[in-house]
Design a protein around this ligand. Structure first.
Ligand SMILES: NC(=O)c1ccc[n+]([C@@H]2O[C@H](COP(=O)([O-])OP(=O)(O)OC[C@H]3O[C@@H](n4cnc5c(N)ncnc54)[C@H](O)[C@@H]3O)[C@@H](O)[C@H]2O)c1
Length: 321
């Protein structure tokens, strides 16, 4: 097991949904310092409000873009281990494939190269279950073929392949995490790219019926953001030299069931409004949890009902503020 005591940790993309929870999780340990490297194109300082009260946490103020390789290298020289989460999201990659290439592929290459040059002891980075495309079988193990058809998934496959090459060519210890559908407090509900749960909560907040596209039978593996943060720390603490692991619960929930749960938890009696299905990326995706449990010692803890309760409470406090 890698001992994080006293370690200096660089969290790239640390102001985002998952990254800010990784920062919080790290600060519960006896780490030396946590530096947040983020260009704030989607992440916010608000996400870090609690963490920044801890004197061990700070934002790297010189810069925070993974495309600025010399600034990234300078930040890396002050770190022992790195968590890399910075990326453009699915829908943004769909609309801007070249930007997706620049940030997710070239940016990730910059991170890998800077880790090599700074002799970083361990890198944990965010891949995605998007590499798999639609499930051929359920649950999907890490050996499931890469049936991805999206630009986003393509960038994640490229990132994994580059990490593998850096490990084999330079010996960089590096673990990739393929998250299923992550949700929880600090999930974006204002920007241009908003996930389904937040859209439903938005409609309910306006007193409107929630919209479900198709019959709502699409099913996904929803995993609570705090659990995903802990998976990152488990991967940092592990001795696995190289590999990619699913991070999920192994439980599939349909969009219809999620919507009904949100209606119940918000005390709404709105009917669900079903509209014809538009273009969807994947319709079924549930990951096997076995490998992460065995090799990283990671087991999820927060059930969907409890996670949604926390998400709703957070969103209510945000919209009141
Ligand atoms: N949320 C999910 O369901 C999910 C699922 C699978 C994989 N992932 C992956 O997990 C990682 C974190 O996702 P998230 O949901 O927290 O997203 P997020 O958008 O909240 O966080 C990404 C962070 O990266 C930052 N960033 C973007 N471009 C950057 C750049 N050029 N330089 C520096 N920082 C930059 C953003 O400002 C943001 O704070 C991403 O790599 C994402 O692809 C997320």
């Amino acid at each position: 097991m890698t001992d994080l005591r006293g370690k200096r940790i660089l969290v790239i993309g640390g102001a985002g949904l998952i990254g800010s929870h990784v920062v919080d999780e790290l600060l519960t340990r006896d780490v030396g310092a946590v530096t947040i490297y983020d260009n704030f194109c989607r992440g916010t300082r608000g996400n870090l409000a609690g963490a920044l009260r801890d004197p061990r946490a700070h934002i790297y103020e010189v810069g925070g873009d993974i495309l600025q390789a010399d600034i990234l290298a300078a930040a890396m020289r002050e770190a022992d281990v790195v968590v890399h989460l910075a990326a453009l999201w699915l829908l943004q990659c769909h609309e801007y494939p070249r930007a997706a290439f620049d940030v997710n592929v070239r940016g990730t290459f910059n991170v890998l190269e800077a880790c090599r040059d700074a002799k970083i002891q361990r890198l944990v980075y965010s891949s995605s279950a998007s590499v798999y495309g639609d499930a051929r079988e359920i649950p999907m193990t890490e050996a499931h073929p890469f049936d991805n058809q999206t630009f986003y998934g393509a960038t994640k496959i490229a990132g994994e392949a580059m990490a593998t090459a850096f490990h084999h060519r330079y010996g960089l210890p590096v673990v990739g995490l393929r998250y299923m559908n992550v949700y929880g407090p600090r999930q974006d509900y204002k920007g241009a790219y908003i996930a389904v749960m937040m859209k439903i909560l938005d409609r309910l907040g306006q007193g409107l019926p929630p919209v479900v596209y198709g019959d709502g039978s699409q099913s996904y593996d929803f995993v609570y953001v705090g659990d995903v943060a802990r998976a990152n720390v488990c991967a940092l603490e592990s001795d696995v030299p190289h590999g990619c692991y699913n991070v999920g619960t192994g439980i599939g929930t349909t969009i219809k069931a999620v919507t009904e749960l949100l209606l119940e938890l918000t005390g709404s009696d709105q009917p669900i409004s079903y509209l014809p299905a538009g273009p969807t990326f994947v319709t079924h995706r549930i990951g096997s949890t076995e490998a992460a449990e065995r090799d990283l010692g990671f087991t999820w803890r927060v059930p969907l009902r409890e996670g949604l309760r926390r998400l709703i409470a957070w969103r209510e406090s945000e919209t009141r503020a």
